[in-house]
Design a protein around this ligand. Structure first.
Ligand SMILES: [Zn+2]
Length: 257
């Protein structure tokens, strides 16, 4: 099992070493902002490192949005991130499934996703896999519940995107453990990465609050079972720094051994 953590972006390889992590995820730019990621001076060092690297795109991105002033910059920002991620040899760029607003037709949201990939394909596609992450909340989310994930894949599956399964989001989003793995695999055919997080909130609560492994509402054995079934690398996005993450990683190694 390859296990790691989401870390600060200043020196991600040092952060990996401090946690004994096999992989790390970090942001290339302000996760709440629309600024393009700057080029990294440590690109070669990151590429050469043993540690696998994943990039989480900014939270402001919503490729499903029916609002031009969100959707168009979202496409641009994710494309910029994919380029910057490829430049450091990243294994994937993670993007949330997005949502439409109350009263809007979610079918248009799925079609907006399709258009994003179709436009990119016209321009040669991406040099790094785009991993769509399931989300925890809202009734108009594209990637919370299985029926909508299936509709999303009907729209974008031909472009062969990847999937990132967040266990906190799956739990809080109301997806049954451990069956969620087979259910997702039946839709997407792949799970590329697990965000291995416990949840501070109840099953199907719709709330997105991550907890350290064993400190939340998810049974640790079930959490481990989900991770094992995916066969994918996993990383924690849990509270705290190197010390807490090291403990989470050690716990996951023990549980999945
Ligand atoms: Zn996540």
């Amino acid at each position: 099992m390859r296990i790691g953590a989401h870390v600060d972006s200043v020196d991600p390889i040092a952060e990996a070493a401090a946690r004994g992590a096999d992989l790390v995820q970090f942001f290339l730019a302000d996760p709440q902002g629309w600024k393009a990621p700057p080029a990294r001076e440590d690109a070669e060092a990151i590429k050469d490192a043993e540690v696998d690297v994943y990039i989480h795109s900014p939270y402001v991105i919503n490729l499903a949005s029916l609002n031009n002033r969100i959707r168009i910059p979202s496409r641009k920002l994710l494309t910029q991130h994919a380029k910057a991620a490829a430049a450091i040899g990243a294994k994937g760029v993670i993007v949330h499934g997005g949502h439409v607003r109350d009263g809007e037709d979610i079918a248009v949201g799925f079609d907006n996703w399709r258009k994003f990939f179709a436009q990119a394909a016209d321009q040669g596609g991406f040099d790094v896999p785009i991993l769509v992450e399931n989300t925890a909340g809202g009734e108009h989310a594209c990637a919370r519940r299985l029926d909508n994930i299936a509709r999303l894949w009907d729209a974008i599956g031909e472009f062969e995107p990847g999937f990132c399964l967040d266990t906190c989001h799956a739990w809080a989003g109301g997806l049954e453990f451990p069956d969620v793995v087979d259910a997702i695999m039946a839709i997407t055919g792949r799970i590329d990465l697990v965000h291995a997080n416990d949840s501070r909130d109840d099953f199907d609560s719709g709330r997105d609050r991550h907890a350290n492994i064993g400190a939340g509402k998810i049974d640790a054995e079930e959490l481990a079972e989900v991770i094992k079934r995916t066969g994918a690398p996993a990383l924690v996005e849990t509270p705290g720094g190197a010390e807490e993450h090291s403990a989470d990683i050690a716990r996951l190694r023990e549980l999945t051994a």
